[in-house]
Design a protein around this ligand. Structure first.
Ligand SMILES: NC(=O)c1ccc[n+]([C@@H]2O[C@H](COP(=O)([O-])OP(=O)(O)OC[C@H]3O[C@@H](n4cnc5c(N)ncnc54)[C@H](OP(=O)(O)O)[C@@H]3O)[C@@H](O)[C@H]2O)c1
Length: 310
């Protein structure tokens, strides 16, 4: 009998690469994919006909009970920049605890996809996850915390569009001189699938999952450019414009309420003055291979699009 694995934010960039690593193993795993929007519900139902796709409101304890019902593993990705993010996490943990107490419960593992350095309280998207980690650690569940950094995948699509430009210029959303340890979704997804499959080996561990040593944002941009033989000029966009761009991209509206807008606004302020530094060795130890560099990811994406065009 396959085990039920539940993934939240199933339409997002993390799950989009985790699901394909689990979905083909239907004799081992049955997937429940949790979404928020009707458009994601329809898209995932079509893409994964063998999976159960569930639309849920994480603010509703009844919906959270539906998410966890009959589950063995819950892979919890927290919704992006939601002011009630902490409460959503607590609601889902509470539901998992109730599930684990049911007679004959199969519930075995709560995996929280968090963020690197949750103790950095100046960023709301980190601070809100800090409380979820604390609540999970103090719960009676067996857990693992996965902590990615800023994903190199976020801007790589925009960079690859410059491939055929004679004088490529990249408009950067953040200070190009600040260093980051970038995560790569490919590495993060592979580590996540491993933790789901190996389970108890990873109980009570917190893994910092970055793919690069600290490199300046400009070095990341140039590493991607080098993959298609171009030197890319970098122009740093004004802060207010970038905050508006984030609001439009994440919430669909530049004029969203302040509690929504101040999440990306505070993150960008932090990114412009400080970076996110980490060490890729945990990723490499887990995956037993070198982590993916920005240039490698760029080459993989260029190769894939060239193959598709043939
Ligand atoms: N981007 C980065 O570089 C980065 C780095 C580290 C950590 N993170 C964290 O990763 C998490 C996001 O994961 P992701 O990057 O895979 O997602 P994503 O690509 O940013 O997509 C956003 C997801 O949030 C869901 N969502 C939006 N509003 C929601 C709500 N009110 N209730 C439930 N779900 C809602 C969307 O579901 P629908 O499509 O159904 O609306 C979608 O799956 C965030 O917690 C973020 O802080 C991001």
């Amino acid at each position: 009998m396959p085990e039920l694995i539940v993934l939240t934010c199933a339409s997002g960039k993390q799950c989009s690469q985790i699901i394909p690593l689990l979905y083909p193993q239907s004799s081992l795993f049955k997937l429940r994919l949790v979404v928020h929007s009707p458009s994601s519900l329809a898209r995932l139902q079509e893409q994964y006909p063998e999976a159960e796709v569930l639309q849920a409101n994480l603010d509703d304890p009844h919906d959270c009970a539906k998410i966890t019902d009959g589950a063995s593993v819950l892979y919890y990705v927290s919704p992006t920049f939601q002011p009630h993010e902490t409460q959503f996490g607590i609601n889902v943990i509470d539901a998992a605890v109730e599930e684990s107490k049911k007679p004959g419960s199969k519930f075995a593992h709560f995996i929280f996809s968090s963020v690197i350095h949750t103790h950095l309280r100046k960023m709301l998207n980190h601070d809100r996850k800090r409380y979820i980690e604390e609540y999970l650690c103090e719960s009676p569940l067996s857990w693992t915390v996965m902590q990615p950094s800023h994903f190199m995948d976020n801007t790589i699509g925009r960079l690859l569009k410059l491939k055929d430009s004679p004088e490529p210029v990249f408009v950067a959303a953040q200070n190009p001189d600040i260093a980051f340890s970038f995560s790569c979704v490919r590495d993060f997804a592979e580590a996540s699938a491993l933790v789901i499959k190996e389970r108890s080996k990873h109980f009570f561990a917190t893994y910092q999952l970055v793919s690069t040593w600290p490199i300046k944002y400009s070095e990341y941009i140039q590493a991607v450019g080098s993959a298609f033989g171009k030197t890319i000029k970098v122009k740093w966009a004004p802060y207010e414009e970038v905050v508006d761009m984030y609001a439009k991209f994440i919430f669909g509206d530049v004029n969203v309420d302040l509690p929504l807008k101040e999440g990306p606004a505070r993150m960008l302020l932090y990114y412009n003055g400080r970076g996110l530094l980490g060490n890729p060795r945990v990723t490499e130890w887990l995956l037993n291979r070198p982590a993916t560099s920005p240039a490698e990811l760029a080459r993989m994406l260029v190769d894939a699009s060239e193959k598709q065009a043939q």
